[in-house]
Ligand binder design. Structure first.
Ligand code: SF4
Length: 156
């Protein structure tokens, strides 16, 4: 599919990345705040049950502090975590991706991360991001990963 020069989903987003994808965006200068680190080579991959326990504990803490923005943020983290692949970590990208060019083009389009390739232009998630440009993190794209991107052990 052709690039649409929108860039709405390349700003202020929760973004799951593998180690290699993180290195790619980090080297370009993208600000990425780790929420859950990608597993090291010898560590097991993303475990949704264990990972969600970690998120739930954090959510309880934020709820106790009474900071509703933080609570909403962690709910969004929870939603995105259900979309993650096994070798990814989860990052908060609070600003603009450094690979986004002056015309809102992805300057690494062919080699962009899998999550970027999975995001479907014109989808419900895409439209939600455009409508909520002031607070796009509140429109976590929940349907972007209806199909697995990476081959599973049985499919490989
Ligand atoms: S890598 Fe490209 S598509 Fe992905 S967030 Fe950055 S600019 Fe957007």
């Amino acid at each position: 599919m052709a690039e649409l020069l929108c860039g709405g989903c390349c700003n202020n987003m929760l973004i799951p990345l593998t180690v290699g994808e993180y290195d790619q965006l980090d080297a370009a200068g993208t600000v990425l705040k780790p929420i859950l680190h990608p597993p090291e080579i010898d560590e097991p991959g993303w475990d949704s049950e264990q990972g969600e326990k970690v998120i739930f504990e954090q959510l309880k803490t934020e709820y106790t502090l009474g900071n509703i923005d933080e609570v909403n943020f962690w709910f969004d983290v929870h939603t995105m975590s259900t979309q993650m692949n096994s070798r990814e970590g989860l990052f908060n990208m609070p600003g603009r991706c450094a690979l986004l060019g002056a015309l809102n083009e992805c300057t690494s389009y062919e080699a962009r991360p899998a999550i970027c390739k999975a995001f479907t232009p014109g989808s419900t998630a895409c439209q939600a991001v455009v409508v909520n440009r002031d607070y796009p993190i509140g429109s976590v794209p929940v349907e972007i990963r209806s199909k697995p991107i990476y081959p599973t052990a049985s499919a490989a």
